[in-house]
Design a protein around this ligand. Sequence first.
Ligand SMILES: [Zn+2]
Ligand SMILES: [Zn+2]
Length: 365
Amino acid sequence: MATTDDYYAVLGVDRRATPDEIKKAFRRLTREWHPDRHPDDPEVALRYRRINEAYNTLGDAARRAKYDMSQRLEGIELRKGFDGRSARDLLGNVFGDVFGTRRDRRRRGRDLRYTLSVSFAEAVLGSEHDIEFEAPGPCSACAGSGTRPGGRPPQTCTVCGGKGEIKGEGLLSRRSACGRCSGTGLVQPDPCQECRGRGTRRQTRSFRVRLPPGTDAGAERVLEGEGEPGRYGGKAGDLKVTVNVSPHRWLRRKGDEIHCEVPLSISEAARGGKIPVPTVDGLVDVDVPKGVRTGTRLRLRGKGVPAAKGKGRGDQLVTVVIETPVLSGSPAVAEAIDALEAACEAAPASLPRRLEMRKALGDNE
Ligand SMILES: [Zn+2]
Ligand SMILES: [Zn+2]
């Protein structure tokens, strides 16, 4: 990875820079990009490392001479079967956003992402949430301009001439983001003291997010312009809120329907009656018909997912499951089951399906 870095560009100095100029540039950059000054910013740490790496080579006469030579050789080798685009992509990948070269000086702020976890009912019925997090926001001291109040406005970078990138030597000219202006082509002659000319500072940012009824897991709400502020008049990024829905203990969503299973005892199923069923609106007493079977589906109209535009609502489907009693640990239940079985044997028509099958099997024997 180090070999694809243009050390001169990293330090923002000319190829013919004197050792003194290199040292000065290094000192200035390490002051500006010291990780202690920008805690929690991994890009800064990466950049700081590259600055040191570059100086380690260019700050030493012998290593610098070797580096200059290797760059020239590399340029020649790359020329064989040269494909401009892949070489460019390679650099682009290496530099990524930190050192990415751009023609436009205005820099759009990065998008911020936030995952909002909500309950099943909050997603289905719609809800409002106040979220708060630490993120870069406009610096209050300079109103996001990066310029000290009363200071001179940003000026064209003298190292790259405002291009934001520096061209290397040779026929194959590699380009690298200018280290003096971070590839923006502009420098702050009078940087704001609070944000060191970046125009942004980490701060607590809070928003209210509205989820409409019928919100599904994975849905994204975009709060335009609420991401990281732009630089040099660039647009602010967006705040993208992704909705994470916690699974419900009993309820499952299928399109605009909500499904659930309701276990019934043998006697509840045999006698029927009102059974409490969970819904997103709370418990609802549902009429279960006498003699209901396992697998029977009951429809609760209007207890499903509301349509996005507020027109109507889906249903909830309740699947009945007869729960077999567990006998271990309860002699009373075991006795009652014995008694139930004895009574059913005496009155075979009380279990008509079993009776039918037994008869059919008996006839075949
Ligand atoms: Zn500021
Ligand atoms: Zn520059």
